[in-house]
Ligand binder design. Structure first.
Ligand SMILES: C[S@@+](CC[C@H](N)C(=O)[O-])C[C@H]1O[C@@H](n2cnc3c(N)ncnc32)[C@H](O)[C@@H]1O
Length: 349
């Protein structure tokens, strides 16, 4: 028996218990394979734990009926460990991305960051969102008059949420990788990507795909993260040393090309695919509030928080409280601002 995308070997163990012989598995995650090899109950678990394992798998697939489909896509599409992490993370927390983006207000503007971003896109007739999450940005563009909306995201959980938005009832939304777009050449007038390109591996391929599916003269608009202010400047300084010492088997696989975060880096990536130099704008999101609320925002901003154990989390929380104590205002608010850079370019005709 061969299990494609076997993860930590849970399913293989169940089959072994039913008498299957010559078991084999493949998975793109070296971490998962290590876990499979070192199963304390390997060879096969006892009958009792077999029942529990089978129930867990069944329940997971019930919660996420697209999970097995994705596993197949994973193997076919050469998904990386970082992408497997992102897909699973966002499937577990399908509300995480857009809730965070609309948690604060834009400095000097009381609209959401998606509204401000959409100003830079204009009103395309046909728009595609790379790493569309739960469709928050596409819904804004649809409300402004974009007639054809399409999106792609690693997380089937996000795609399901996006499909529930009335504004996206007719949208073409797919679970998949931005490196391999299932859309025709020249199919869109605009391609957008908000806080997603900076997480993608093989970013030259993503840029080449964006150029392929854009019509000549089409717009490519990107939102990428920049350094935060106030508590959002303090937090990474104290959290990063902790992330660096997380044991290998719990570490969050990192991805993303640092060039996607700077204007010069983006120009370097985009020019070979036929894009003009980017126009560069800055948006500040004020997420100030009571210290506990700001702490929660900081936690939700970093995927690596997923890898900390209880002791590390408590230590970080204490260190954060001490480091930001003097910044709390007389009204009990801790100042914090998130920075997003908006880069806009056009495909040369
Ligand atoms: C921080 S979230 C932002 C989501 C959305 N743009 C929003 O503003 O709510 C990043 C998203 O990028 C997606 N993503 C990362 N790499 C991807 C890839 N190679 N192809 C498609 N989606 C990807 C993740 O699954 C995640 O939903």
């Amino acid at each position: 028996m061969l299990d494609l995308g076997c993860g930590d070997g849970e399913l293989l163990a169940v089959f072994a218990d039913h008498g299957a012989q010559a078991l084999a598995g493949v998975d793109l995650s070296a971490q998962q394979l290590e876990l499979a090899r070192h199963r304390p109950s390997w060879p096969p678990p006892t009958r009792g734990s077999r029942g529990a394992a089978a129930r867990r798998i069944r329940d997971r697939h019930r919660e996420n009926p697209a999970a097995d489909v994705t596993v197949r896509a994973t193997v076919a599409g050469m998904t990386t460990p970082a992408e497997v992490f992102l897909r699973d993370y966002h499937d577990r927390k399908p509300e995480a991305a857009s809730e965070l983006a609309v948690a604060g207000h834009i400095v000097g503007d009381d609209r959401t960051v998606y509204e401000v971003f959409a100003d830079h896109v204009g009103v395309p007739v046909r728009v595609l969102d790379l790493g569309c999450g739960d469709g928050a940005l596409l819904a804004v563009l649809a409300a402004r008059g974009a007639r054809t909306q399409a999106g792609i995201d690693l997380s089937p959980g996000h795609i399901r949420r996006a499909l529930e938005r009335p504004a996206l009832a007719g949208a073409d939304l797919r679970a998949g990788r931005a490196q391999e777009l299932p859309f025709a050449d020249g199919a869109f007038d605009a391609v957008v990507s908000f806080m997603a390109l900076m997480l993608m591996v093989d970013v030259e391929k993503v840029v080449a795909e964006a150029a392929r599916v854009l019509a000549p003269g089409g717009t490519f608009a990107l939102g990428v993260g920049g350094p935060g202010e106030g508590a959002l400047e303090v937090f990474p300084k104290i959290a990063r040393p902790l992330f660096a010492v997380v044991p290998e088997d719990r570490r969050v696989p990192t991805a993303g090309d640092p060039r996607t975060r700077t204007r010069a880096g983006l120009d370097e990536l985009l020019a070979p695919a036929g894009f003009e130099p980017v126009a560069w704008h800055e948006v500040l999101i004020d997420v100030s509030g009571p210290p506990e609320q700001v702490w929660q925002t900081c936690c939700e901003t970093y995927y690596q928080m997923d890898s900390l154990d209880e002791t590390q989390l408590t230590g970080l929380r204490t260190a954060f409280k001490v480091a930001t104590r003097d910044q709390v205002t007389a009204e009990g608010r801790l100042p914090a601002k998130a920075r997003v850079h908006v880069a806009v370019t056009r495909l040369r005709s």
